[in-house]
Ligand binder design. Structure first.
Ligand code: ASP
Length: 359
């Protein structure tokens, strides 16, 4: 009898385990069924940067201008997807609209470096093939996202930089411009303000770490303005892209997360497509875009859960910013740990949402 009692207990324990795993499996299956039964035909989501974007600092005209441009951009991608176009096309065309607008820190309107130049970065990824392309530190390519796409489609490489990238762009027949095309008075003013504050700060304390402390608090309190897009097309293919001028007053050839596949951009048909914006150094260290996909892939998290977990990680490291993402079923998430993020979504029913501030 003494031997039988433990055996019975083990048997009960095993049955309980089996039931538990069965119920987990059922939950997951139900969740998947629920998601797939709601599978959207296509979907598109964009951002125009995250940061300290407060209503009290916004005029009605400025707010209307941002909303109008976000809507114009997302409608271009929406139309492409509705007409059966690829997610890569939708992402490229949508980002082109924002790159051509001086409102955003990408293409025309890019922020200035410490040397008063504009150095642009971009990346794009195809979730079907896991092909990717990126360009960094260019000064003459009008639409850096087109260069990133050309790198992906027409070269053997994933990332090209500087003058080499510009030579490749010329060979590919992309539109080149004089560097001054990117200049805007507004961004030059921002640089001057930052430099003035920097000079004051450096006058008091002149150690390298003090510079970075200043740089940190400046970054925390600025708007970023990078642009990005993630889309699902009718063939079930996901794509994401990101384009930026980087950060005001950057120097020494600094490159942020935006052109880094896995940090600023990631897409995988098995999981999701993600574009990030924020304090690039932290987004690189946290491998934000790929980490979201990996949590879905390896741990079975939903897109929402995965983005929350990864942005928490960024926050714990001390960084801030946001992401837009769409999963393989067309579920869309815009998530950020800043005061605001310019953003918009459109689903296959043609429903549009636009947001700027925290909800
Ligand atoms: N992530 C970009 C960078 O660090 C900046 C931004 O998103 O606005 O270059």
């Amino acid at each position: 009898m003494k031997k039988i009692i433990p055996l019975i207990l083990i048997l009960f324990a095993c049955l309980a385990c089996k039931n538990e795993s069965a119920s987990i499996a059922t939950d997951k299956a139900e969740e998947q069924k629920e998601q797939s039964s709601e599978k959207a035909e296509f979907a598109i989501i964009i951002h125009g940067g995250a940061g300290t974007i407060l209503k009290k600092n916004m005029t009605p005209e400025k707010e209307a201008a941002y909303k109008a441009k976000l809507e114009e951009a997302i409608r271009v991608g929406y139309e492409a997807l509705k007409n059966g176009g690829s997610s890569i096309d939708a992402v490229t065309k949508t980002i082109n609209v924002m790159e051509d607008s001086p409102l955003f820190n990408a293409g025309k309107g890019a922020v200035f470096t410490n040397a008063e130049t504009n150095e642009l970065d971009a990346s794009i990824m195809d979730g079907k093939t896991l092909n990717a392309g990126a360009s960094a530190g260019t000064t003459t390519v009008k639409n850096p996202i087109n260069l990133a796409r050309a790198v992906m489609e027409k070269s053997k490489h994933v990332m090209l930089s500087g003058t080499g990238a510009e030579t490749f762009a010329e060979e590919q027949g992309l539109t080149l411009v004089e560097p001054k095309y990117f200049h805007t008075d507004r961004r030059l003013e921002s640089l001057k303000r930052v430099k003035e504050r920097e000079a004051k700060k450096e006058g008091k304390i002149d150690t390298e770490s003090a510079y970075f402390q200043f740089y940190d608090s400046h970054i925390k309190n600025s708007k970023f303005g990078t642009v990005g897009c993630a889309a699902l097309d009718k063939d079930g293919n996901l794509a994401a892209g990101t384009s930026t001028g980087g950060m005001t007053n950057k120097r020494y050839g600094r490159i942020g997360d935006s052109p880094i596949i896995g940090s600023g951009t990631y897409a995988n048909n098995a999981t999701c497509a993600v574009s990030s914006t924020g304090w690039g150094e932290y987004f690189i260290r946290a491998q934000v875009a790929h980490d979201i996909s990996a949590l879905m892939d390896y741990k079975g998290l939903s897109l929402k859960e995965a983005t929350e977990q990864v942005l928490d990680k960024v926050k714990k490291l001390g960084g801030d910013g946001g992401i837009v993402a769409v999963d393989k079923n067309g579920n869309m998430v815009a998530n950020f740990n800043t005061k605001g993020m310019y953003r918009a979504t459109m689903n296959d029913k043609g429903e549009l949402t636009i947001g700027i501030y925290e909800q």
